[in-house]
Design a protein around this ligand. Structure first.
Ligand SMILES: [Zn+2]
Length: 289
């Protein structure tokens, strides 16, 4: 019996040591890894993130499965990302900018599956912001050259989402999509394009999905009609432009900044800062188009 008991004690202490080893070497490091390490997307990327001067660039760039990026592409992407970061830091008056993971897909289908979106019109470029601090880009490998200014706009758009997420934190979910997309478009589009798109909003004023801010939200989310979706984006940009004109950039940001501490939705926070109801501001603006 003594031998059996001794064996049991040895087995138990062996088990404890075994458990300790597991805790030390497997479980503990798991808790220390970043969000990104534990994502399903991480499995798609056999490369380690290309840590290219991270202190300087703030971006951890990674390509999908053994895909060697075309010559010069990394430099090209990083310079666009860095340019976007500098413009946004100055526009939003930020002193720091978080490091972000930038994942580049060259396979359209895989990108669409992971980002759960559809790339319109078989475009060679697309971007997607994941609200956990990750930005995905799709860059068609079949496309011989990618327009740098297009990629710059795209990176500014996605990185504006990142700034809004940083500012809003949990209140990001309480912010209407028209405002988030409108802000991102506001940051990335030059005046000439804004004018062109505003014109298109004016000439489509009679469309039902333009009637209220809620219908604009639904249009942006629309998977049925690409025209409807694009017009939703154009309207969001035009209206955000109007809000910034009317109240000033700082006041609009004051609404955003007040949200996390008050737990209020954008619609409730807006009148507290400006004294006006958003629905009324939209209706007035819409009538005057
Ligand atoms: Zn967006």
């Amino acid at each position: 019996m003594k031998i059996v008991r001794l064996l049991l004690i040895l087995l138990a202490s062996g088990c404890s040591i075994f458990l300790l080893i597991i805790l030390l070497f497997f479980v503990f490091p798991f808790f220390q890894t970043s969000n990104y390490e534990n994502t399903p997307e991480r499995k798609l990327f056999t490369y380690d993130p290309l840590l290219l001067e991270p202190a300087k660039t703030h971006f951890l760039l990674s390509y999908k499965n053994n895909q060697q990026p075309p010559e010069g592409q990394i430099h090209y992407l990083l310079s666009a990302l860095e340019k976007s970061r500098q413009k946004l830091m100055s526009d939003f008056n930020l002193s720091t900018y978080p490091s972000i993971f930038v994942l580049v897909f060259t396979d359209r289908q895989q990108y669409e599956t992971v980002a759960n979106i559809h790339v319109v019109d078989q475009q060679p470029l697309s971007g997607f912001f994941h609200d956990q601090g990750r930005v995905y880009f799709f860059i068609d490998s079949a496309e011989p050259s990618i327009d740098f200014s297009e990629f710059l706009s795209l990176s500014m758009h996605e990185m504006t989402h990142e700034i809004m997420k940083e500012k809003l934190n949990e209140s990001f979910k309480l912010t209407p999509i028209w405002f988030l997309e409108g802000m991102a478009e506001y940051e990335c589009r030059p005046e000439s394009i804004k004018k062109e798109r505003n014109q298109s909003v004016k000439s489509n004023k009679n469309k039902k999905y333009m009637n209220t801010l809620d219908t604009v939200d639904a249009a942006i989310r629309s998977r049925k009609s690409q025209d409807e979706m694009l017009l939703g984006y154009y309207t969001a940009l035009y209206f955000v432009d109007h809000l910034i004109d009317k109240y000033g950039f700082e006041k609009v940001m004051q609404v955003v900044d007040s949200m996390p501490s008050t737990d209020k939705s954008f619609y409730d926070a807006f009148p507290e800062v400006t004294g006006d109801k958003l629905e009324d501001v939209y209706a007035g603006w819409f009538l005057g188009l």
